[in-house]
Design a protein around this ligand. Structure first.
Ligand SMILES: Nc1c(NC[C@H](O)[C@H](O)[C@H](O)CO)[nH]c(=O)[nH]c1=O
Ligand SMILES: CC(=O)[C@@H](O)COP(=O)(O)O
Length: 156
């Protein structure tokens, strides 16, 4: 691979500004995602003063808020956090589907990396496991992904 150009990000874009958009629904899980996301950024050297938190009612509202944040506040990256937990009706599919598509389309429209720390689980247990217990913390993973994407975009 000696003649191949490889462009990638690292985790050193510590001057970057991050907006974390957080859904309040299932807050017992989502607050742990938020703690994990902030902790991951701060541990990598991001100042708390470069992190802001915006709250919305639920995951369905995340795309509009992410879009408004992208256009009005122009952070280097946005981290969307929420937890959609399957119930007994098809509601899960609509909320999770629109949330996923919406956040992804804002990222492509605005060129601002939007990382997806929204749990979409079949049970409360699965959500708890992914918000800081045995299966890690998806909020922290989303934050690290955002940090890398800021760096990658600067390097491209
Ligand atoms: N059931 C879940 C929701 N539902 C609420 C919607 O996101 C939305 O706030 C409401 O329909 C008003 O527009 N939200 C979650 O984040 N997680 C869920 O499991
Ligand atoms: C993800 C959902 O919308 C879900 O929590 C709703 O539950 P249900 O399908 O039992 O109304």
């Amino acid at each position: 691979m000696t003649n191949v150009t490889v462009v990638e990000g690292d985790f050193r874009a510590t001057d970057a500004k991050f907006s974390i958009v957080v859904a309040r629904f299932n807050s017992f899980v989502v607050e742990s995602l938020l703690t994990g996301a902030i902790d991951a950024l701060v541990r990598h050297g991001v100042a708390e003063s470069n992190i802001e938190v915006i709250r919305v009612p639920g995951a369905f509202e995340l795309p509009l808020a992410v879009k408004q944040v992208a256009n009005k506040r122009k952070p280097d990256a946005i981290i969307a956090l929420g937890a959609v937990i399957r119930g007994g009706t098809p509601h899960f599919d609509y909320v999770a589907g629109e949330c996923t598509k919406g956040v992804a389309s804002v990222m492509l429209e605005t060129d601002i990396p939007c990382s997806f720390g929204v749990l979409t689980t079949d049970s409360i247990e699965q959500a708890i496991e992914r918000s800081g217990t045995k299966a890690g913390n998806k909020g922290a993973e989303a934050a690290i992904g955002a940090l890398e994407m800021v760096s990658l975009i600067r390097n491209l």
